[in-house]
Design a protein around this ligand. Structure first.
Ligand SMILES: [Zn+2]
Length: 414
């Protein structure tokens, strides 16, 4: 078997790794590079069989998790390529598709489940569930030609699935020839941080207890762990979490009992922003909002008792809130990677300043801290560790053993 990282050997995002055995190939992830808004054919890595109409020996794309920087180029790739992804990830993307075009996968999607091995040509693939900010994320063990490659995907060890990661470290996959390990956090100032998702929940509770006005919560609803964090923090501070129709639809479609009961609880309510209202009316998809008729929150609710709510917020809702008289004394809790705040050229800061909204960052990374990366690599103890999804592959040599730094587009025999 041999492998080639087409993209993400020395940068974060746009993951694409080709594995080849017995003259046939698979791709692990096919992501959109970070900082790129739109997928385009020119961004496709040079892989025979990846483009429309080509008939080479590329068998499939195996996705580790449903983040754009891991699947976002599929829309430009050969529509005949089968795509494998976790059962939950498939449900999430299908649910999100109505509201956001970027979630749409046009290829045939075949779902896989934790620890259930499946065969694609000469490759035997075993998914290991991991803790990450994406829902239903996996590391992947790939076996072929008597060799074993373990691809970490993106992971962390301080989220709600900490226990799952600890059990992986207690009985890790053995005899790994190559570990492809992410190192998003390496070289970043928060590499040595250690805030867990449950500590974040407590910090948000402290914030909410100090606020009297409306709390706007800026996070990705596809990050279900963070959604649960806000739900629990709202509960603990005596507030009610308000989500949009998109989030309610995702919670409903995932078919997970614990999430369905959150949605049924009277401590979660639904707000329909004008943009989603228009989408629903245009498509005649009233079934997406009808089940929540009794749970709807309107302008009068926000204005009468702003301190009662923690409301999911995204920039596309800014007009809706501007038109309501409820922002006096409001605080926006920013719970995404703070780097995005700088990238939007201060737009959100400006909006907050213009509307008298305070801004407060409350976040913990979706990626493993340095100490956890070290534990992870020691536990798997591969013959060779190849850095991926990192801006600083050369720093791996300082922290880990048997590191082999490779460049994009370079073949490595295993
Ligand atoms: Zn990710």
């Amino acid at each position: 078997m041999r492998l080639c990282i087409h993209r993400a050997a020395s940068n974060i995002g746009g993951n694409c790794i080709e594995l080849e055995a017995s003259g046939e190939s698979i791709l692990l992830d096919l992501g959109l590079p970070l900082g790129v808004d739109r997928a385009s054919i020119s961004l496709l890595p040079s892989v025979p069989g990846i483009s429309q109409g080509e008939t080479e020996n590329l068998l499939a794309v195996i996705l580790s998790h449903p983040h754009q920087d891991h699947y976002g180029l599929l829309s430009c790739a050969n529509h005949k390529l089968p795509v494998y992804l976790g059962t939950g990830a498939k449900r999430l993307l299908e649910a999100a598709t109505f509201f956001t075009e970027s979630a749409k996968i046009t290829q045939q999607c075949i779902s896989y489940d934790a620890f259930h091995s499946f065969q694609v040509g000469p490759f035997k693939i075993t998914p290991y569930p991991v803790d990450h900010s994406a829902y239903d994320a996996y590391s992947l063990l790939i076996e072929a030609d008597g060799k074993r490659v373990f691809y970490s995907g993106d992971f962390r060890m301080h989220g709600r699935k900490q226990g799952l990661m600890e059990s992986m470290l207690r009985s890790p996959p053995k005899n790994i020839d190559v570990l492809l390990m992410e190192g998003t956090i390496i070289g970043r100032e928060d590499a040595e941080s250690n805030t867990t998702e449950s500590e974040l929940e407590s910090k948000i509770v402290v914030s909410l207890n100090q606020l009297t006005g409306l709390a706007l919560a800026c996070f990705s609803p596809q990050n279900i762990d963070r959604l649960v964090t806000f739900y629990k923090a709202a509960l603990r501070s005596g507030r009610i979490l308000v989500v949009d129709a998109y989030t309610a639809h995702i919670l409903n479609m995932l078919e997970v009992d614990s999430l369905s009961s959150i949605l049924k609880s009277d401590r979660i309510r639904i707000f329909l922003p004008s943009r989603q209202k228009l989408q629903i009316v245009r498509a005649g998809r009233f079934d997406l909002i009808e089940p929540y008729r009794g749970k709807r929150v309107y302008e009068s609710d926000f204005c009468e008792k702003p301190g009662r709510w923690v409301c999911l917020f995204r920039s596309s809702m800014s007009k809706d809130f501007e038109e309501m008289d409820c922002l006096r004394g409001a605080t926006l809790i920013y719970s995404l990677w703070p780097g995005y705040l700088k990238r939007d050229e201060g737009e959100l800061h400006k909006w907050c300043a213009n509307n008298g909204v305070c801004i407060e960052v409350q976040h913990t990374s979706g990626h493993a801290y340095l100490a956890d990366l070290i534990r992870f690599s020691k536990s798997i103890s591969p013959k060779s560790l190849i850095p991926i999804h990192t801006n600083y592959p050369e720093l791996f040599i300082k922290y880990f053993e048997d590191v082999q730094v490779v460049d994009d587009s370079t073949w490595v025999d295993i």
